[in-house]
Design a protein around this ligand. Sequence first.
Ligand SMILES: Nc1ncnc2c1ncn2[C@@H]1O[C@H](COP(=O)(O)OP(=O)(O)OP(=O)(O)O)[C@@H](O)[C@H]1O
Ligand SMILES: [Mg+2]
Length: 297
Amino acid sequence: MAKTPVIKAINLSKTFKLSKDNEVIALHSVSFEIYSGELICFFGPSGCGKSTLLSMLAGLQPPTSGEVIVRGKNLATLKKKELAEYRRSKIGMVFQQFNLIISMNVLENIALPMAFGGMKRKRRMQRAEHLLEVVDLGDKKKSVPANLSGGQQQRIAIARSLINNPWIIMADEPTGNLDSKSADDVMKLLISLSRKSKRTVILITHNPDYLQYVDRIFRMKDGRVDKIEVNAKTAKVELIDAVSKLDKLKSDKEEASEEDEPIFTSEISKIEAEKKEVMSGKAGKSKEKEEKNNETD
Ligand SMILES: Nc1ncnc2c1ncn2[C@@H]1O[C@H](COP(=O)(O)OP(=O)(O)OP(=O)(O)O)[C@@H](O)[C@H]1O
Ligand SMILES: [Mg+2]
C-alpha cells in the first residue's frame, strides 16, 4: 500500500455515563485511517459525535474502548507526560472560540505554547513573527485581541496552533463564530496550510460549501462514520505517498540481502503500478471502492 496513515482509529467507542442507568453512546465502534498530508472533514448533524471523536484523536479524552494509533504509536500506551507532550507539540488545535489571552499581544499569544517547551523568548518571538506573516497579519504585531476582528483573532489562533510545528492541525468548527467573509478567509488559510505545507488537517464544519475543498468527507450519523466520500483531488496525496514509499523501498533494496531482494522487487513493481494508476487519474475510483469495503457498520 502506498499510503502512510498518520492516524488510525480502531473500533473507537465512547459512552458517557450520566447516572447509574442513564448513558449516552457518543461513538459506536468507529474505524478509519487518515493519511499524511490529507485534508479531511468530519461532517454530520449536531450531536453525532464529531467533537467527541476529534478530542479522542487529540488525546484529550480516552475512548471507552478501541484504539487511536498515531504514527504507529497507540495513545493508550503513552505515559501521562508523553501524552501531554503529544497534545502540546504534535497536535495544533483550533476551536470555535479563539481562546486568546486578552492581556497579551498577538505575538505573545502565538508564542505561548512554545513557552512550555523551554525555548528562549527571543527565538519564540521570531517564530511567532514568522507565523504572523504566514496568516497574513504581519502588521498587527503589537495589537491585543480586543482590537482585532473575529476573523483576525481566528487567524492568530491558527498561527498559535502552528507554533510547535505539529504533525496534525485539528479544527473544530473554526468558522462557527465568524461572518461569511472572515469564515472564507479562515478556510482559505487552512486549505493553503494543507496544500502548501502538506500538513495533515482534520476539520469539523457545518458548512457544506467547504466540502468541495477537502480530500475526503467522513459523513457521520448517530455516533458512526456512515460513509467516506473521496474527492478526486485525493489522488495527489496518493501520488506523494507512492513516490516517497518508492524512494524508501529502492534504498532498502540496495541494503537487502540477496535472498530478500525479490520481495523488494515485487513490492516496488506493485507500487510503480499504483503510481501509474494515480497519474492516469483512475486512483480516485479504485480508492472509493476500497473505502466502501473498509466502511464501518
Ligand atoms: N462530556 C460529556 N458528557 C455527557 N455527554 C456528552 C459529553 N460530551 C458529549 N456528549 C454527548 O455525546 C454526543 C456527541 O456529542 P458531540 O459534542 O461529540 O457532538 P457534535 O457532533 O460535535 O455536535 P455539534 O455539531 O453540536 O458540536 C451528544 O449526545 C452529547 O450530548
Ligand atoms: Mg461539536
